[in-house]
Ligand binder design. Structure first.
Ligand code: ADP
Ligand code: MG
Length: 567
């Protein structure tokens, strides 16, 4: 083929594909426009995962009648005028691409009025053409409604996930902007069901409470201060409130929501020694740097940024977070490879998950040779005691066994839940006192999508208004565990990106992992004996469901050799 300049509609579709990846991208661009317009109230509504309908209304400055069509021209923007402006962008938008891109992949209605004009403008665009235009009055502000997203873009439509997944992306996104702008009143309605509402009173803790629950918000630590280049503020979790993934890290640079590996690392390094492997903090962090220190124009959706002095910003952010942590916590002793003792007393802390592998401490030391662990039955073991509240020390017919209590219990639970599931006989336990639990908008969407599955696993969870739910029954095997934590973690695991593992399997793994006793938990002799007895009855007692060892065995022969009794 010879080289040709592409036709404008091809160019616009290519560009639109970059800006509008999925329904949540539309919501993002519309919210940013509302914020740039100085709105103090932003109402978001979506139906059918945003494919059927997305509607964003604001009370911002509106668009003058004469300029409404112009807003849908590519590279038409009121936000920057020249190259000089590009170097000191303070608005969220500046590329003039969002509205034309959206109009290229959907039908769009806009209804807007400025405070100085007696009447507003309504236009309807189909395939980027204005098909209706009217003068209509409304209160100051703008409402953009997007219908039938990707209808003429079947390739993109095919890539979208289920309605509930797209809804949960939207819920997450609106939550992020609500966190970034506590002074703006946000509301989100998904499929006619209210999902989020913030007060807009400027109190970040209040917004965190709306999204993650009041109890969590109460316990968050305040970050505040200027370090070198960066002014840093926000809320971070105490180490006892960790989560098992990075979904709870939010960074805003000069009020722009960004994905930044640099900032993630800076934050996690500040927690070094306070969290176990695989644990991540919850954090909402605002960073302000001088506009010249920042390039926001490196990505079509502006989700990535570049700091000119990365190392300095990194150090500044880390320092600010360390200071906040230092005020309330002492460094916890590092036990057994970073595992923290006593975590069971903290209701919100997560279990140690799969990461608390019993480290093969002897790996690099020639002194010991760790016996191979074939997957075979366990001999009868006699419990001698507990090491570091984490390992059970036991004696067998052939030497010493160190059993990782969490991994062992995880194996037991995994086998039992799997067996009950396979026979469709999940044992259920009703709760005399229902447990009240409040979900984040995103968790609530996952809950709705997985309700049937959860019911099959023995959970009875009833709506109790306003994202609160009552847990009335649970799988009997989970009876001793912290249900709020288990369900939160389960929803998190179900929403995880891993789409290869079927939901049933994810559920079994998640329940086993989060229901299992943790490292750091003191066990009575009786409890240890029971645990070992149950472990002996599993089919693969020597590995946890993730394939890591549940135990280390030192044979009598090895012991004798190490002590020089034999050569
Ligand atoms: P950009 O935000 O990069 O300028 P957009 O395509 O998103 O580009 O919007 C084009 C223009 O339309 C904006 O510069 C702004 O002037 C106007 N506009 C869009 N949405 C709104 C809104 N909600 N309120 C007021 N003006 C708006
Ligand atoms: Mg914009």
């Amino acid at each position: 083929m010879s080289i040709k300049v592409l036709a404008p509609e091809v160019i616009s579709k290519i560009a639109a594909g970059e800006v509008v990846e999925r329904p949540a991208s539309v919501v993002k661009e519309l919210i940013e426009n509302s914020l740039d317009a100085g709105a103090t109230e932003i109402a978001v509504e979506a139906q059918g995962g945003g494919v059927e309908l997305i509607k964003v209304s604001d009370n911002g400055v509106g668009i003058p009648t004469a300029e409404v069509e112009l807003a849908f021209h590519r590279y038409a923007t009121s936000k920057i005028g020249d190259l000089h402006d590009l170097e000191k962008i303070s608005s969220l938008g500046f590329r003039g691409e969002a509205l034309p891109s959206i109009a290229a992949v959907a039908e769009v209605e806009i209804f807007t009025q400025t405070p100085s004009e007696p009447v507003g403008t309504y236009i309807y665009l189909r395939k980027s053409e204005v098909v209706r235009r009217e003068s209509r009055a409304r209160p100051q502000g703008t409402t953009v409604t997007v219908h039938r997203l990707f209808r003429y873009f079947p390739a993109r439509l095919k890539f979208l996930k289920s309605v509930s997944t797209e809804n949960s992306h939207i819920a997450h996104l609106v939550s992020q902007y609500a966190l970034a702008f506590p002074e703006v009143k946000f509301s989100l309605v998904l499929d006619k069901h209210p999902s989020l509402r913030t007060m807009g009173n400027g109190d970040l803790r209040e917004v965190v409470g709306e999204i993650y629950g009041a109890e969590l918000a109460q316990r968050m630590l305040k970050v505040e201060g200027t370090e070198g280049l960066a002014k840093v503020s926000g809320l971070i979790s105490p180490p006892s409130l960790a989560r098992s993934n990075r979904n709870y890290l939010s960074f805003f640079v000069n009020r722009r929501w960004v994905h930044s590996p640099l900032l993630t690392r800076a934050t996690e390094e500040a927690y070094h020694g306070l969290l176990m492997d695989g644990q991540h903090p919850i954090a909402v962090i605002n960073i302000f740097v001088p506009a010249q220190q920042l390039d926001v124009n490196i990505h079509p959706t502006k989700a990535q940024i570049k700091f000119y002095q990365e190392q300095i910003v990194f150090a500044n952010v880390k320092k600010a977070i360390e200071k906040a942590l230092a005020k309330t916590s002492t460094r916890l002793p590092e036990l057994c490879g970073g595992q923290v003792a006593g975590s069971k007393t903290v209701p919100f802390s997560v279990s140690l998950r799969q990461w608390e592998r019993p480290r093969m401490v002897m790996d690099n030391e020639p002194v010991f040779v760790v016996a191979q662990l074939p997957t075979m039955e366990l001999p009868a073991l006699r419990v001698l005691g507990q090491l570091a509240n984490t390992y059970i020390i036991a004696e067998g017919p052939d030497g010493l066994y160190l059993v990782d209590q969490h991994a062992a219990h995880e194996r037991i639970l995994y086998d039992r839940i799997s067996a009950q599931w396979a026979q469709k006989e999940i044992e259920v336990q009703g709760l005399l006192q229902p447990i009240t639990i409040e979900f984040s908008p995103r968790e609530e969407e996952t809950l709705k999508a997985s309700q049937e599955l959860l019911a099959q696993f023995g959970f009875t969870i009833e709506p109790f208004g306003n994202r609160s739910y009552l847990i009335r029954a649970i799988p009997a095997l989970m009876a001793n565990a912290n249900m709020i934590e288990i369900i939160t973690m389960l929803l998190d695991d179900l929403a995880s990106k891993d789409s290869l593992t079927p939901w049933e399997e994810k559920t079994i793994q998640s329940l086993a992992c989060h229901g299992a006793i943790r490292a750091g938990q003191q066990l009575s002799h009786e409890e240890m004996r029971e645990l070992i007895k149950q472990l002996e009855q599993t089919k693969q007692p020597r590995t946890c469901p993730h394939g890591r060892p549940t135990m280390i065995h030192l044979s009598s022969h090895q012991l004798e050799r190490e002590f020089g009794r034999i050569s």
